[in-house]
Design a protein. Structure first.
Length: 188
């Protein structure tokens, strides 16, 4: 059985060599247009568009790298907040001297309260008052975190004491009608 021109067909559902066939038979299959047609567009503009796309990809990569850097910096900041570092003894003395209750210390005016006042700075004769030093924002944040941690511990301790002081409730069996509704019966 010889192969003739009529039997020279490709398999079903294949795209191999199809466009050549369409052109040979002068049948142009309409293409699904994903983008607008660029026919009749200035070739210089098209070339420029090609380079713009290429550089946009570079910009995207840079942006992703910057995002990764900022995310890692954010993670480091969160870690620093979770584990506050040791506070210098000087600032601990300042908090010990100022006898103020905890909720007022957590207010935004924390820096003003933590500054110990010296008797010499009140304006004695012949001496100019020394300028008051303000704690750094980092120190302020650390102190606030320590105080919040202390408050949490106090609340947890209070809850624990309440649980201990309260006797546990006795276990009561379920009423029989509830069990009966579920198809279960207690032996009588």
């Amino acid at each position: 059985m010889g192969f003739s021109a009529e039997m020279d067909k490709s398999k079903n559902h294949t795209m191999h060599n199809q466009s050549q066939k369409w052109h040979r038979n002068v049948i142009k299959k309409p293409r699904s247009q994903r983008y607008e047609s660029l026919k009749g567009v200035n070739p210089k503009f098209l070339r420029n568009m090609h380079f713009v796309k290429k550089h946009n990809k570079k910009g995207l990569k840079k942006m992703q790298a910057n995002n990764a850097k900022s995310m890692s910096a954010c993670a480091r900041a969160i870690k620093a907040l979770i584990k506050p570092k040791e506070v210098s003894p000087r600032s601990q003395r300042a908090t010990a001297e100022s006898s103020v209750d905890l909720p007022t210390l957590l207010s935004p005016s924390l820096g003003n309260m933590l500054m110990p006042t010296s008797p010499r700075a009140s304006g004695s004769a012949g001496q100019s008052p020394r300028p008051r030093l303000r704690p750094s924002p980092r120190l302020r944040v650390q102190l606030q975190l320590q105080l919040q941690l202390q408050l949490r511990l106090l609340l947890q301790l209070r809850l624990l004491l309440q649980r201990v002081s309260r006797p546990p409730l006795p276990k009561v069996p379920r009423p029989p009608q509830r069990l009966h509704n579920r198809g279960l019966c207690l032996p009588t």
